[in-house]
Write a protein that binds this ligand. Structure first.
Ligand code: ADP
Length: 655
C-alpha cells in the first residue's frame, strides 16, 4: 500500500483514535509523546503528562524488571521486547500494561505500544483463586475422590483417596491400577472384573450411583461409589470423577441388625408360634410365618399365600378383632414403646372356635425408635376350654349338693315322722290297735334306711375311686352264672313293677377275672335304671355274648331313651338328664359314674346306644382274662345278703 499521500495530521488523528497506548520516552523516563489512549488509561491530562516521568509511576516491584530489560537492550541491541508492568494511575490505582517496546539506544529514545490488560489479569487471578479454593475443597472432603482424564490417567487423588491406599497410591497412574493389588467384590459376593469397575464405566459415559463394593486386603472395607463423566460444551469427555464413601460401619451395623432380625425370625419360626411382622407406623404386614398364615387362611380363605398377605394392612386383615381395641394397643406401643397384650379373643378359624391372646412387641432401632412391630398370636383355646369346663363342673357340683341334700333329708324326714307316730301310739296306748299300720311304717323306715345306705355307699366308693383307694377283689368266676343270678334275684321284683325281664346267653360258662360283688352292683344299677326309666308293660333284656377276647354283657330297655347330646355326659358325676323325666324315681346322678369306674377298673369298657322314646342299651365289654392269685371270696367279711343288696340298690325306685 502507498502511504505517501498521508500527511502528519492524518497520522495524528489515527494515533489518537487507536485504543493502544502509544508513547515515546527519553531514556531518563521523561515523556516525549503520548497519545490520547495514554491519557485515557492513566487519567493524566496532557499538561501533567508533559511533566511526568514514566519511571516515577511504575510499580516499585516492577522497576528491576524494567532496568534488566534496558540493560539487555543496550547489551544485545534487542529489537522489539514484550514486557508487562504495572503503572500508577492518577486515581492511585495500578494498571497492568502489556508493552511492545523498542529501544533506540543511539537516539536515547524508547518507543512503546501497550494495551491495558488489568481486567484480564484480574480475571486470571480470580480464576486462580477459585481454582485453589476448589482444590482445597476437593482435598479436604471426607469422601475419597479420584479424578481422571479422557485417557483414564489419574489427575487428582484427594487426601481421603490417598488414605484408602496409603502405601500404594504412588503406583496408580491409570484407572484400574488399584486392581493389581486389591480385590473388590460386589454385594452378591462376586469378584468384580476390571471392565465393570466404576472408572471404566464412567469413561464410557455411565453415571454411577451408590455402587457398593467390598475391598478385601489388609482388612475388609465397604464403599458406596458414585461417579460421573464430565463433558465440555462440545460434548467431549474431559474428566471422570469417582467418589468413594466408606460405609463399613453402616454395613456392619446393618449386618448386625439383619442378623438380629434373622435370629429373631428363625427363633420364632422354630418356636412354631404364629407371628406377623408389621411396618411402623402404618402397621402393614411385612412378613408372616406359616403358622400365622394358617390362622389368617382359616379366617378368610382368599388370603391363602404369604405373598398375598404381605403388604396388607393388619387392621383390614384381622377384622374379627375390635379395631378400637387393636388401635388402643398400637397407641400403647407408640406411647410407651413397650409390649402390649390383647387378651382373650375369640376367632372362628376353619369353622372352629379358637381363643387367642395377641402380644404386640415393638422392635427398636439403634436410636431407640420403633422400627417395626411383631404380633405374636398365642393359642389359649385349651386353657379357655378347661376354664369353661371347670366353671361347668362347679355348676354341676353346686347342683349336686342341692340334689344330695334333698336326697339325704327326704329319707330322714320320713324316718323321723314315722318314729313320731310310733311315739304317739306308745303314749296314747294305741300301739296294739294300730298294728296293721305299724308293719307299713316299719317297711317305710327300712326302705328309707336302704336309700340312705345306698347313697352313703356310693359317695364313699366314688371318693375312694377318685383318691385311688378303691380296690377290686378279683377272683376267677363264671361270669354267666354271676349275671344270671342277679337277673334271677330281681326278676320277681321287676315283674311286680309291671315289666318283663328276659335273660339270654350264647354260652353256658365263661371264666373271667372279676369282682362278683361289684359286678352285681353294676348290674343292679343298670337294671334299676332300666326299671326307673321304662313305663309299665315294657321289657328289659339282659344278654351275654362271648366274643373271644371279650365278653359283652348288655342291659337293654324299651323305656324313654336318652337324647343324643346326653349320651356321653350321663357317665359323668352328678349328671342327670332331666329330673322331671325321672319323677317316678329318685336318683343322684352318681350311679352311672360308679358303674363306669368299676367296669374300667376291671379293664373293661361301657358303651351306650339310645334313641329318645325307644329305649336304651348299655353294653359292658369285659376282657377275657384270669388272675393268677385270685381273691378268696370266703374272706369277704363285708358281704351283704343278696336281698339286702337288692333292697339297697333298688331303694330309689318307689314301691
Ligand atoms: P340316677 O341316680 O339319677 O339314676 P345315674 O348315674 O344312674 O343316676 O343315671 C344318670 C341319669 O342318666 C339318670 O338320671 C337318667 O337321666 C339317665 N339314665 C340312666 N339310665 C337310663 C335309662 N335306662 N333310660 C333312660 N335314662 C337313663
Amino acid at each position: 500500500m502507498d502511504n505517501s499521500n498521508l500527511d502528519k495530521e492524518n497520522y495524528e488523528t489515527m494515533v489518537n483514535l487507536t485504543p493502544q497506548i502509544l508513547c515515546i520516552t527519553y531514556e531518563g523516563g521523561r515523556i516525549k509523546y503520548a497519545n490520547a489512549a495514554f491519557n485515557n488509561v492513566f487519567g493524566y491530562s496532557s499538561d501533567e503528562i508533559k511533566e511526568l516521568n514514566i519511571f516515577s509511576i511504575i510499580h516499585p516491584d516492577d522497576k528491576n524488571s524494567l532496568d534488566d530489560a534496558m540493560l539487555l537492550a543496550h547489551k544485545e541491541q534487542q529489537d522489539i521486547m514484550s514486557l508487562e508492568f504495572r503503572y500508577k494511575c492518577k486515581s492511585g490505582n495500578y494498571k497492568w500494561i502489556s508493552w511492545n517496546i523498542k529501544f533506540e539506544c543511539d537516539k536515547g529514545l524508547v518507543y512503546g505500544a501497550g494495551s491495558d490488560i488489568s481486567n484480564k489479569i484480574a480475571l486470571e487471578q480470580t480464576l486462580y483463586a477459585s481454582n485453589e479454593k476448589l482444590k482445597a475443597i476437593i482435598e479436604n472432603v471426607s469422601e475419597a475422590m479420584f479424578i481422571f482424564d479422557k485417557d483414564g490417567n489419574y489427575t487428582t487423588f484427594n487426601r481421603s483417596a490417598r488414605d484408602i491406599f496409603p502405601s500404594t497410591f504412588h503406583n496408580f497412574s491409570k484407572i484400574g491400577d488399584s486392581l493389581k493389588e486389591n480385590n473388590y467384590y460386589n454385594i452378591s459376593g462376586d469378584l468384580i472384573k476390571l471392565e465393570t469397575m466404576p472408572g471404566f464405566r464412567i469413561l464410557k459415559g455411565e453415571k454411577i450411583s451408590k455402587y457398593r463394593v467390598m475391598k478385601t486386603n489388609d482388612s475388609i472395607a465397604f464403599y458406596d461409589i458414585n461417579g460421573i463423566p464430565i463433558y465440555d460444551d462440545k460434548g467431549n469427555f474431559i474428566a471422570g470423577i469417582q467418589c468413594w464413601n466408606n460405609v463399613t460401619e453402616t454395613v456392619l451395623h446393618e449386618e448386625i441388625l439383619q442378623s438380629q432380625i434373622d435370629l429373631q425370625h428363625n427363633t420364632i419360626d422354630t418356636l412354631d408360634l404364629p407371628f406377623i411382622k408389621l411396618s411402623y407406623p402404618d402397621f402393614n404386614i411385612t412378613d408372616i410365618n406359616q403358622k400365622a398364615l394358617n390362622i389368617i387362611k382359616g379366617l378368610r380363605p382368599e388370603m391363602n399365600s404369604i405373598d398375598i398377605v404381605k403388604g396388607q394392612n393388619y387392621g383390614d386383615i384381622i377384622t374379627e378383632f375390635d379395631k378400637t381395641n387393636v388401635f388402643y394397643h398400637f397407641q400403647m406401643i407408640k406411647d410407651k414403646k413397650e409390649t402390649s397384650y390383647l387378651e382373650y379373643k375369640e376367632l372362628i378359624v376353619f369353622g372352629e372356635t379358637i381363643f387367642v391372646n395377641v402380644l404386640y412387641q415393638p422392635i427398636l432401632g439403634l436410636e431407640g425408635d420403633i422400627q417395626q412391630v411383631i404380633a405374636i398370636i398365642i393359642d389359649i383355646t385349651k386353657e379357655t376350654m378347661d376354664k369353661l369346663q371347670l366353671k361347668k363342673n362347679l355348676k354341676m357340683q353346686e347342683e349336686f349338693f342341692l340334689n344330695i341334700s334333698h336326697e339325704l333329708k327326704t329319707p330322714l324326714n320320713v324316718i323321723f315322722s314315722t318314729t313320731q307316730l310310733f311315739d304317739l301310739y306308745i303314749k296314747n296306748g294305741s300301739l296294739i290297735e294300730n298294728q296293721d299300720k305299724l308293719e307299713k311304717y316299719v317297711h317305710v323306715i327300712t326302705q328309707n334306711c336302704y336309700r340312705q345306705s345306698k347313697l352313703v355307699n356310693n359317695l364313699l366308693d366314688l371318693s375312694k375311686i377318685e383318691s385311688g383307694f378303691f380296690k377290686l377283689h378279683l377272683s376267677n368266676e363264671n361270669i354267666v352264672s354271676v349275671i344270671e343270678n342277679v337277673v334271677q334275684s330281681v326278676s320277681e321284683y321287676v315283674e311286680n313293677k309291671g315289666l318283663k325281664i328276659i335273660f339270654d346267653t350264647d354260652i353256658e360258662e365263661k371264666i373271667i377275672a372279676c369282682d362278683p360283688i361289684n359286678i352285681e352292683r353294676v348290674m343292679l344299677n343298670l337294671i334299676s335304671n332300666a326299671i326307673k326309666f321304662t313305663m309299665q308293660g315294657g321289657e328289659i333284656f339282659v344278654n351275654i355274648l362271648d366274643k373271644g377276647a371279650t365278653v359283652d354283657i348288655s342291659v337293654k330297655d324299651t323305656g324313654i331313651g336318652i337324647a343324643k347330646n346326653y349320651l356321653d355326659v350321663i357317665f359323668k358325676r352328678f349328671k342327670q338328664v332331666d329330673k322331671s323325666l325321672s319323677r317316678n324315681a329318685e336318683g343322684t346322678g352318681i350311679g352311672l359314674c360308679l358303674v363306669k369306674s368299676i367296669v374300667e377298673l376291671h379293664g373293661g369298657k361301657i358303651n351306650l346306644e339310645s334313641e329318645l322314646g325307644k329305649g336304651s342299651k348299655f353294653t359292658i365289654e369285659f376282657p377275657s382274662r384270669i388272675v393268677e392269685l385270685p381273691y378268696d371270696t370266703n374272706n369277704n367279711s363285708s358281704i351283704r345278703s343278696e336281698i339286702q343288696t337288692i333292697n339297697t340298690e333298688f331303694s330309689d325306685i318307689y314301691s
